[in-house]
Ligand binder design. Structure first.
Ligand SMILES: *Cc1c(COP(=O)(O)O)cnc(C)c1O
Length: 348
């Protein structure tokens, strides 16, 4: 049973839902659950607020921390839906295993999600672009600077009302020196440290006017893998290409959904390695029509230009781009404006 203590006064009236900075505003409540003595215990929903940790907590020293990112949507009749939450808990536990963190029970994850989102359902706004971003995460809380996995953890879920993430088209830089992930590493896991490690190279790209880096394989920098927080798709002629997942690439739920939608829409889609050389050839021959990124926060974000080795390549404007068609099809399912043949919506 999840114990619920509600806040005294909701902060909802202080929030302008049309002027949100992504991920800065949190709802009234949060979910917490503690791992101690080998069991997840004391699941509770409490008012959102700071937590107290010992400065010796292992998360500060060895970075044992993983997270998930998912969304809830409200339809025009006020019903609230989660999008494919089963995918997130499965991935969460894969990440947990890789970081030597105890897995979180699936049934409790669903119960926590539904109870928390239901309590704060007024924070989910209907209408285009509005969504509730959901951030489950776990941190190692046991005190001690010995380098070993912690014996104690805190699992939490935070909720943040959001509007569309990127409003403009993206300029991306293809990595030719730094890497975000290596073979046998943690690139496939949603490990907090994966982000820390890409901030510096991303800042260097920003100084040159790019929004994000497209990461390439660490050994040859020849194969295009994914962007900072997004998987990436290339349209060459009428074929959509995306890299197969491996232990360097995050297995995105949005990516998976796009692949299914593309099949359903009879778009030609090819899941295969795609090289910088092929990209350049396609660009120069005029066959490169689109590049876009996919992720929960960003949904589908079109790329306007890419950089490689100090040169900028601007993509042509295409009519009725695949990015828009897929985005609309995805959002129609998320906002309950279309049938859900895949069973992706889960009502709260
Ligand atoms: C979360 C994430 C994605 C996108 O995954 P979704 O499940 O679609 O949100 C892509 N790449 C990285 C590195 C990520 O952390």
């Amino acid at each position: 049973m999840i114990e619920v203590s509600r806040c005294q006064n909701s902060r909802i009236d202080t929030v302008d839902f049309n002027q949100l900075t992504f991920g800065k505003t949190f709802t009234d409540h949060m979910f917490c659950c503690t791992y101690d003595q080998g069991v997840w215990q004391n699941p509770r929903i409490i008012p959102y607020g700071p937590i107290t940790l010992d400065p010796g907590a292992k998360v500060f020293h060895y970075g044992q921390a993983i997270f998930e990112g998912m969304k809830a949507f409200k339809d025009d009749h006020g019903s609230v839906f989660l999008f494919r939450p089963d995918q997130n808990i499965t991935r969460f536990n894969k990440s947990a295993q890789r970081l030597a963190i105890p897995e979180f029970p699936e049934a409790l994850f669903f119960e926590a999600l539904k109870t928390l989102v239901d309590i704060d359902r007024d924070w989910v706004k209907a209408g285009h672009g509005h969504a509730l971003y959901i951030r489950p995460f776990v941190i190692a809380t046991e005190t001690g600077v010995a380098a070993s996995p912690a014996g104690g953890y805190e699992f939490m879920i935070l909720l943040s009302p959001v509007t569309a993430y990127y409003n403009e088209k993206l300029k991306v830089l293809i990595a030719d020196h730094y890497s975000r992930a290596a073979d046998g590493g943690v690139g496939f896991a949603k490990a907090a440290g994966n982000y820390a490690a890409q901030f510096y190279p991303t800042n260097l790209a920003r100084e040159k006017g790019y929004h994000q880096v497209i990461w390439t394989d660490a050994s040859s920098h020849e194969f295009l893998e994914e962007a900072g927080t997004m998987n990436v798709f290339f349209r060459v002629g009428d074929t959509l290409i995306t890299a197969p997942t491996n232990d360097r690439i995050l297995d995105g739920v949005t990516r998976k959904s796009i692949i299914d939608l593309a099949h359903e829409m009879h778009l030609d889609i090819s899941i295969r390695k795609f090289s910088v050389t092929e990209l350049m050839e396609a660009y120069h021959s005029g066959d490169l029509k689109e590049i876009f990124g996919s992720g929960t926060a960003a949904t589908i974000s079109a790329v306007s230009a890419f950089g490689h080795k100090d040169k900028l390549y601007t993509l042509p404007e295409v009519s009725d781009p695949y990015a828009d068609r897929l985005k609309h099809a995805l959002q129609d399912i998320q906002y309950n404006r279309a049938n859900d043949p895949f069973g992706w919506r889960v009502i709260v």
